[in-house]
Design a binder for this molecule. Structure first.
Ligand code: ATR
Length: 271
């Protein structure tokens, strides 16, 4: 029987997950379907129960449901528990829900395996202190950076995130203006500023030609952050397309036990 999967979010119209998972299924010969479902926040609980009744085998979860989903599943993997967010749900035959989070490993695979960025002993700056930041911190700390700093418009939120993860490793919390003069090997944009066409007010001195710049967001053309870093002369600026494909591959592997080749799928998307 054909197994059913899907992604839930609100809005969901622009999600590339169906394209990616259908390419994975075609490549591996897995007998499955994958669809996008628009689920508004107030309907999440009821729709989740309906998906279970209908026999759906797994779900990807995107904005704005990742944190709520962490409270709705029966059990969390360590990495989903640490992130406080779920992007992958495994639905057992008896209806039991397991929540996992493949965002962190997706980012590490894109940075390390695809882009050749060395994280061990690197000085890393994350811009923003929301859910996207929480999702990637455990994986980044696990890679053994020399320094991890979170900078945010609201310092209090950066401090909250730093103290939440302090048992995993040292994290500095700064306001953007406190970054003047500091330099990093890798700067990751995890703010929502780009959604409004803006770039976080970060001192320009942070971006040097050799700084690897990575935007967790992605778009068909340069995101505001990517455009800003290119104008400042960064030689390596990457959107989060690769992370999107890699987190999907990890979810696919969890569901199907088969690891798809991401290269031909990444080649079909912008970079
Ligand atoms: P999510 O949980 O999906 O990451 P969020 O909770 O809205 O989204 O947080 C987004 C992050 O983007 C926050 O760090 C936010 O800063 P504040 O904590 O100060 O609100 C940041 N952000 C949003 N718009 C921004 C802007 N125009 N400039 C700089 N930072 C911005």
């Amino acid at each position: 029987m054909t197994d059913r999967y899907g992604v839930i979010g609100h809005p969901i119209g622009h999600s590339k997950s169906p394209v990616i998972h259908r390419l994975f299924a075609a490549q591996t010969g897995e007998d499955m379907t994958y669809d996008a479902f628009d689920v508004p926040p107030e309907a999440l609980d009821a729709r989740l129960r309906a998906f279970v009744r209908e026999g759906i085998r797994g779900l990807n979860v995107t904005v704005p449901h990742k944190e709520t989903m962490a409270r709705l599943v029966d059990q969390l993997t360590d990495r989903a528990h640490l992130a406080g967010a779920v992007n992958t749900v495994i639905i057992a035959a008896d209806g039991r829900l397991d929540g996992d989070n493949t965002d962190g490993v997706g980012l590490l695979t894109d940075l390390g395996a695809n882009l050749g960025v060395r994280l061990k002993d690197a000085r890393i700056l994350i811009l923003g202190a929301g859910g996207a930041t929480r999702g990637i911190i455990p994986a980044l700390l696990g890679a053994g950076p020399r320094e991890l700093c979170i900078a945010n418009r609201t310092l209090e939120r950066a401090r909250d995130v730093a103290s939440h993860f302090e048992r995993l490793g040292a994290i500095a919390a700064r306001r953007f203006d406190e970054l003047a003069g500091a330099t990093y090997d890798l700067v990751i944009n995890a703010t929502a500023a780009g959604l409004r066409g803006e770039v976080a007010p970060v001192p320009e001195s942070v971006v040097r030609p050799e700084t690897v710049c990575y935007d967790l967001s992605y778009a068909m053309t340069d995101t505001p952050f990517i455009g800003w870093t290119r104008r400042l002369g960064a030689m390596q600026s990457h959107q989060g397309w690769g992370m999107l494909v890699e987190q999907a591959a990890e979810a696919f592997f969890i569901w199907r036990g088969v690891r798809p080749d991401t290269a031909p799928v990444r080649a079909k998307l912008p970079r």
